[in-house]
Ligand binder design. Structure first.
Ligand SMILES: Nc1nc2c(c(=O)[nH]1)N[C@H]1C(S)=C(S)[C@@H](COP(=O)(O)O)O[C@H]1N2
Ligand SMILES: [Mo]
Length: 224
């Protein structure tokens, strides 16, 4: 594909075919079962199938982010913007969570053990202004995604540094990725660099390509 025919907002070197396929699924409403799941009763959301390996999904660019160069910014509509180095992140309380993850391409994986920093604590330290209602997030590969503030500010969400007791691998977003397990996994940015609090929702990479602004797997919020 040439530069001029590349979809808007697409980083260089991206897996164009994957993007086109997933964009077509959104247009056609593929994979929808039309049923609502009940997280109290079922473990697997509608239309999902269980995997035991851990598939890798991204735009095809897997940036090498050295821990020494890693930095997380929390900015935008906050009273106290943060820009934390790796050493500063490591000095914060390191927490553990176990949860199931669900990708919109239909795989789910149970009982993932994470270690990292609770994002809700960092958001509180940044002191969101009352107008802040959404976040937009940026990663080192150029990926972006958005979330309502209420969905990112949940106690189970981690800025993960470890999975199953080992440092998160580069292919899964190491050294630092967000994990938001109650939503489809495209809302969990790998190689995260920045979280910006905003007043009006701002769609990210998949959201401008037909994917849902929220992405609740129990309601099958795959597409917009
Ligand atoms: N930075 C970044 N984060 C990303 C993506 C990406 O392309 N770049 N892909 C998303 C999608 S669509 C999915 S399904 C998950 C996949 O995470 P995994 O490769 O660790 O399974 O990462 C999400 N986070
Ligand atoms: Mo995905």
């Amino acid at each position: 594909m040439t530069e001029s025919s590349r979809p808007e907002g697409t980083p260089e070197g991206i897996k164009e075919k994957l993007v086109r396929t997933k964009q077509r699924w959104a247009e056609e409403g593929r994979l929808l079962t039309g049923t609502a799941g009940d997280p109290e009763r079922d473990r697997l959301p509608p239309g999902q199938r269980l995997v035991t390996d851990w598939p890798v999904l991204d735009l095809g660019i897997q940036p090498a982010v050295a821990e020494a160069a890693a930095r997380l910014d929390i900015d935008g509509l906050v009273a106290n913007p943060l820009s934390l180095s790796w050493a500063e992140l490591m000095a914060l309380p390191q927490e553990e969570r176990r949860n199931d993850i669900h990708c919109v391409t239909q795989w789910s994986r149970y009982d993932n053990d994470w270690r990292g920093i609770a994002v809700i604590d960092l958001l509180a330290r940044a002191e969101p202004r009352p107008e802040a209602r959404f976040v937009t997030m940026e990663s080192h590969d150029g990926y972006t995604t958005n979330l309502p503030l209420d969905d990112i500010a949940r106690p189970e969400n981690l800025l993960a540094t470890h999975w199953e007791g080992r440092p998160l691998t580069r292919q899964h977003g190491g050294p630092l990725r967000l994990v938001v397990p109650h939503l489809y996994l495209w809302k969990s940015p790998k190689w995260i660099r920045r979280i910006t609090l905003i007043a009006e929702d701002r769609p990210g990479f998949w959201e401008v390509r037909g994917y849902h602004e929220r992405g609740d797997p129990w309601k099958e919020e795959r597409y917009s």
